[in-house]
Ligand binder design. Structure first.
Ligand SMILES: Cc1cc2nc3c(=O)[nH]c(=O)nc-3n(C[C@H](O)[C@H](O)[C@H](O)COP(=O)(O)OP(=O)(O)OC[C@H]3O[C@@H](n4cnc5c(N)ncnc54)[C@H](O)[C@@H]3O)c2cc1C
Length: 384
């Protein structure tokens, strides 16, 4: 009889874990609280370690990349002039640029019709017992609620930043979630920003507030507002557009902020949230293990959350294949994965200064680095 594993969450970490565990002979069952699979989402960069894991999962060629080839990136100055700078896709690591939904659609090709997925379903209690995990599940569709209890050999909590598995098994959110004192709003623009071609990127950054417009090859650009604040709770009192209008008042060179907020007003699919990292001493307890943002959320500033989630899911299955003792395998997996996560974590605060500088020195250094990057690119293009 094969081992049964319950995977909570149909995001990247959950799907990667499910595909990999199926490859290794397990029987995965995914539960997803939403009634259907989400699509769309914001701009992402997928890095080498994520692509490598996706290849091993057999889905790399199913992920639609959107890295723009003729892109130019502009830093908009206070007086409305612009300077060419290096952009997100110009990093030496050359990430593939795409939408969150592109990665999830690729992973879905390895899940659909091959792995059982129960939508509208969430765990309500999780109990480690000597030879498995007993889980109570609540299934809710069109107001009809059914409840069941099942036993699994392993539970994988891949249910994101505010993981309910973590809360039920490891402790309350405040033990593990650490605020970076920042907010984000990410969404797809309806059209390119006036006076900028679709494949051009735009940054307007001041101390503590910034707007990034990320270009994509065959799609309208996406917008990312991000700002720093000491009062996170206050940011949720009004609707996001009104809040952003207040925070970004007096910063509207070339009407870019107004135009982006105009699109947000009409958008139904946006993410407005506070930025938190997740830090845990252990990612597993008994036969319950956390993967992805639930375990280590690195935040958008790291640009490595998707990569880490896919890599983590793949490597978890490899560790379980190598060791029949499930709890020992979870420890082996964590030992192998920790150095990668710790390395990314070290860079989060530094990288956040590129997205939204917190002081005048950081602001100046950021501009210098981006301009040098832009000049190098310009010279490279001239030479080519
Ligand atoms: C604006 C932005 C930009 C980013 N840019 C990058 C980037 O450039 N590169 C990069 O690598 N990463 C980036 N990231 C991070 C990356 O998107 C995340 O790290 C990654 O998507 C996390 O995947 P996950 O599967 O761990 O969690 P999630 O994507 O949060 O998925 C969790 C899933 O679990 C489901 N769920 C939640 N609770 C329950 C429950 N109780 N029961 C059942 N199901 C549940 C949810 O509905 C969801 O489907 C960015 C993030 C943001 C917000």
């Amino acid at each position: 009889m094969t081992h049964r594993v319950l995977i909570v969450g149909l995001g990247m970490a959950g799907m990667a874990s499910a595909i990999a565990l199926k490859q290794k002979g397990w029987t995965p069952i995914i539960v997803e609280k939403s009634a259907e699979r989400r699509t769309g989402g914001y701009f992402l960069g997928l890095h080498a370690a994520g692509k490598d894991a996706a290849e091993k999962l057999g889905i790399l060629d199913k992920i639609h990349g959107r890295t723009p080839t003729q892109s130019q990136n502009w830093d908009i100055l206070d007086d409305g002039s612009r300077i060419r700078v290096g952009g997100f896709a110009d990093q030496v690591t050359q990430p593939t640029v795409l939408l969150r939904g592109d990665i999830e659609a690729g992973l879905w090709k390895g899940v659909e019709d091959q792995i059982e997925v129960r939508f509208g379903t969430r765990p309500t209690s999780i109990e480690n017992v000597s030879d498995g995990v007993i889980v109570k599940l609540k299934h809710e569709v069109d107001g009809q609620v059914t409840e069941s209890e099942e036993k699994f050999d392993l539970v994988v909590g891949a249910d994101g930043l505010r993981s309910s598995v973590r809360e039920m098994v490891f402790g309350p959110h405040e033990y593990f979630m650490h605020s970076l004192g920042a907010m984000i709003c990410a969404y797809q623009l309806k059209d390119e920003i006036t006076n900028f071609p679709q494949h051009d990127g735009i940054m307007i950054c001041e101390e503590n507030r910034a707007l990034w417009v990320f270009p994509l090859a065959d799609h309208t650009p996406t917008a990312l507002f991000t700002y720093r604040t000491d009062d996170i709770d206050a940011q949720f009192k009004d609707d996001p557009v009104a809040t952003l209008r207040k925070v970004f008042a007096g910063m509207d060179q070339m009407n870019i902020i107004s135009e982006a907020l105009g699109d947000l007003e009409q958008s139904k699919d946006y993410l407005f949230d506070s930025v938190h990292t997740v830090k845990m001493k252990k990612w597993s307890k008994g036969r319950v293990v956390l993967v992805g943002d639930a375990a280590w959320c690195l935040t958008l500033y790291s640009g490595m959350g998707a990569t880490a989630g896919i890599k983590g899911g793949y490597e978890l299955a490899c560790a379980l294949e190598k060791n029949d003792d499930i709890e020992a395998a979870l420890k082996d997996w964590e030992k192998g994965m920790r150095p990668f996560i710790n390395k990314q974590r070290l860079l989060v605060r530094l990288k956040s200064q590129f997205f939204v500088p917190s002081n005048p020195v950081a602001s100046m250094l950021r501009r210098i680095v981006l301009r040098v990057g832009g000049r190098k690119l310009f010279n490279k293009n001239k030479a080519a």
